[in-house]
Design a protein around this ligand. Structure first.
Ligand SMILES: Nc1nc2c(ncn2[C@@H]2O[C@H](COP(=O)(O)OP(=O)(O)OP(=O)(O)O)[C@@H](O)[C@H]2O)c(=O)[nH]1
Ligand SMILES: [Zn+2]
Length: 196
């Protein structure tokens, strides 16, 4: 990714002052975002979160998933440390898009779990690639990280792309009666590290 394809500006938030990077020319053609705080290219590993877009959870406080509380917790942790980055990937619905995610929700309303719904719509259980996250990190000179996630695939994807993941920081927030089944399916079928 060339430097020309990245624009940045100040972004004051509830959790302190970030710099927002908007990335125009990622390998998948989507407009991804990075929110950064502090010096990025120091030897000390950077606390980061790779967050997949969830309009319903991130913007509308949906209780069907855990995305909103995870995003808030990650921004808060970064502000406490004073240094870190959120890589916000435009991978709505684990990569199937918003309309298909709502189709999947409709199937879940009829009793299917999150994986069965994806498969019945003709998609993989998880349609994402995290290659683009590594591309973004590299373009911003980040090579050594502590990764906030419960998803082992994110750790593997960064390692495969030669990003040094020195620690996985668990990010278990936002469990509620509406997302109990969703979280247990993530644990049982998608292999997420989640306390049951
Ligand atoms: N297809 C589909 N996508 C969903 C569903 N619920 C949430 N999502 C999407 O799932 C993505 C978040 O993935 P999760 O599996 O919750 O978590 P993760 O990113 O794999 O792992 P963490 O780093 O631990 O949060 C977001 O893009 C959401 O929009 C669903 O029922 N079906
Ligand atoms: Zn969500």
């Amino acid at each position: 990714m060339s430097k020309k394809s990245t624009v940045h500006a100040k972004l004051p938030t509830k959790w302190g002052h970030f710099t927002i990077y908007a990335l125009e020319k990622s390998c998948d053609g989507k407009e991804h975002v990075a929110l950064a705080m502090g010096e990025l290219d120091q030897e000390e590993p950077l606390l980061i979160r790779i967050h997949s877009e969830c309009l319903t959870g991130d913007a509308f406080s949906s209780l069907r998933c855990d995305c909103g509380p995870q995003l808030e917790a990650a921004m808060k942790k970064i502000s406490e440390v004073g240094r870190g980055m959120i890589v916000y990937l435009r991978q709505e619905g684990r990569g199937i898009g918003l309309v298909n995610k709502i189709r999947a929700y409709a199937l879940q309303d009829e009793g299917q779990d999150t994986v069965e719904a994806n498969i019945n719509l003709g998609f993989q259980a998880d349609h994402r690639s995290f290659e683009v996250a590594a591309e973004i990190l590299t373009s911003l000179n980040v090579s050594k990280v502590k990764l906030m996630t419960n998803n082992p695939r994110k750790v593997e994807a960064l390692q495969e792309a030669n990003i040094d993941v020195v620690e996985r920081v668990p990010l278990q927030y936002g469990r509620n009666p509406h997302n109990e089944d969703y979280l247990s399916t993530k644990h049982g079928k998608l292999g997420h590290f989640l306390d049951q």
